[in-house]
Write a new protein. Structure first.
Length: 541
């Protein structure tokens, strides 16, 4: 899930029940926060400036690049904490983010070891979406661009703990920032663009040097990985137990996949059937139209089965902007702290001048087996429906501090839960597509543990993706390389499993009063909470 904007030729799906600007029926029931409480939330958001701007819609950060120098980070960490909030759940949610920031920038020193912290701060695509008039966004973009030289100087001076594999893996993202410089609209002056381009070159050169001469070992160690997975989540992670849970989930999904492959085409090798299914896809010109039809289908199904409390607003379907065309599919939602505007389900077709095999490999992602589950994940009851619920929450903690493990875990969880509600009942292809997506996610968790405890090399991890998740060579290696720098990319499965576990406890506690709509509403009423706090949904649902 990322937050970006429209391209020409997009299609849209909307509901006549629109939500007015910042329409929250229950917003007036919340007592206003004290200045001290607001300051606590702001101190956290200041340390995740880019995410707060895009995901939460805090546009007071427009035009700014977070200062990731050692002194600024230390000053930001010193501001964390203060008097407790009245609501115990919100207090625990806020504390989890404060503790996570203390680990992330304090113990882990992400500003020194993770180039993506700096790359995300430079990204200009955040101004593409229609959250404000174009002239306001253009002015913010120009101010942001003018800050590039100083921000790059900080990055080059600060990134001293980056391993060679991490530098190599993030170089494409760093180089891709230059695409935003090719057509910067006024009021950005040519000399500002030229200075930004020169700064970008310095950043790329720095990462290239690390790639060539840096530490060849990317493993952070088991203790650090456990902290990465649990520090924002109010949980203590046991990597051994988590690895066993991942293997059990992989086995369950593999059995489910095999059963549905046999239902569809009995007796044939799984790899052959999967290859044929992935080759059944729209052509490049038909991807947007097919995704738009699926968007209408999943929104209607969610409403008909009451699987999410809100599916109003407008969800447009179209390719990502130039700077984010690396993303095949992602959701750019109307953020909770900004006036309502269209959300975007970005589905990006391949470029027509690519080699034929690259086009075919790209289009396989949009097969008629895989695209339905992707659309459930990105649109409804997944990210789009989640974003609509966030807008209604009276608590600024829950609107602004958006936990990634829950957000991705929720969207991943509903890919399978809609089957229980009858989505595409009787069609094994949906279950097959869901299993293939899930096998990639659970393999990420296993490979992250293996890579960072030293049990797997990058090549070993690529082999796991090829064997366990049916990925082709280049895709398998790409997933393995991502694990070198996105050390917590197992959070999709970790979040899904936490929600499934809560569902089991809800069934036991609520008995005959249990229903999927009741559980889903209780969960989304918590916003996007640390997964260690999910039991609040049982107490308040």
């Amino acid at each position: 899930m990322r937050f970006t904007d429209p391209r020409d030729g997009s299609l849209h799906v909307s509901d006549t029940t629109s939500d007015t600007t910042r329409d929250r029926p229950d917003a007036g029931t919340a007592a206003p926060l004290s200045d001290a409480a607001s300051a606590r939330i702001e101190a956290v958001c200041d340390l995740m400036l880019a995410e707060a701007r895009e995901a939460a819609g805090l546009h007071r950060y427009d035009g700014l690049v977070q200062d990731l120098s050692g002194s600024a980070v230390a000053a930001g960490l010193a501001r964390l904490g203060g008097a407790p909030l009245d609501d115990p759940h919100d207090e625990a949610h806020l504390q989890a983010f404060e503790n996570g920031m203390r680990w992330h920038y304090g113990e882990y020193a992400a500003h020194r070891r993770d180039p993506l912290q700096h790359i995300a701060g430079l990204d200009l695509a955040c101004y593409d979406r229609e959250y404000a008039p174009e002239e306001e966004r253009a002015a913010a973009r120009a101010t942001h661009l003018a800050a590039w030289p100083d921000a790059v100087d900080v990055a080059v001076g600060t990134l001293d703990l980056v391993s060679a594999p991490v530098a190599t893996a993030v170089l494409p993202s760093a180089r891709g920032l230059a695409e935003a410089l090719d057509a910067v609209p006024p009021p950005a002056a040519p000399d500002v663009v030229a200075a930004a381009r020169a700064a970008h070159g310095r950043l790329v050169e720095h990462l290239e040097a690390i790639s060539a001469t840096g530490d060849p070992d990317c493993a952070v160690g088991g203790t650090t990985l456990a902290r990465a997975l649990g520090s924002f989540e109010a949980v203590d992670v046991d990597l051994g137990e988590l690895a066993r849970t991942a293997e059990a989930e992989r086995a369950r999904l593999t059995d489910l996949l095999s059963a549905n492959l046999d239902r569809l085409v009995p007796g044939r090798p799984a790899g052959d059937v999967i290859a044929e299914l992935l080759s059944d896809h729209p052509d490049a010109n038909g991807v947007i139209e097919e995704a738009s039809a699926l968007t209408a289908e999943v929104l209607a199904f969610t409403r008909d089965h009451d699987l999410a409390p809100w599916t109003d607003g407008e969800c447009l379907v179209g390719p990502a902007p130039e700077s984010r065309k690396w993303a095949m599919a992602m959701m750019a939602w109307a953020a909770p702290e900004e006036p309502d505007a269209p959300s975007w389900y970005h589905v990006t077709p391949p470029e027509p001048d690519w080699p034929a095999q690259e086009i075919e490999d790209w289009l396989a992602v949009f097969s008629r087996t895989s695209l339905p589950a992707i659309t459930v994940h990105e649109v409804s009851p997944g990210h789009y429906a989640h974003g609509r619920a966030l807008r209604r929450l009276p608590s600024p903690v829950r609107r602004q501090l958006i936990g990634v493990t829950f957000a991705e875990g929720w969207a991943h969880y509903v890919e399978e839960s809609v089957i229980d509600a009858g989505f595409r009942s009787g069609d094994p292809r949906y279950v097959i597509g869901m299993c293939l997506e899930a096998l990639v996610r659970v393999t990420r968790l296993s490979c992250s543990i293996g890579l960072h405890t030293g049990e797997l090399t990058v090549d070993d991890a690529a082999a796991r993706f090829a064997r366990d998740a049916y990925l082709a060579g280049s895709a398998a290696h790409s997933e393995a390389r991502r694990g070198t720098f996105d050390i917590a990319y197992g959070r999709y499965t970790m979040g899904k499993i936490a929600i499934r576990s809560l569902r089991d406890r809800a069934r036991e506690r609520w008995g005959a009063q249990y229903s999927e709509p009741r559980l889903n509403r209780a969960l989304l009423d918590l916003g996007s909470p640390p997964i260690g706090l999910l039991d609040t949904a049982l107490d308040r649902g």
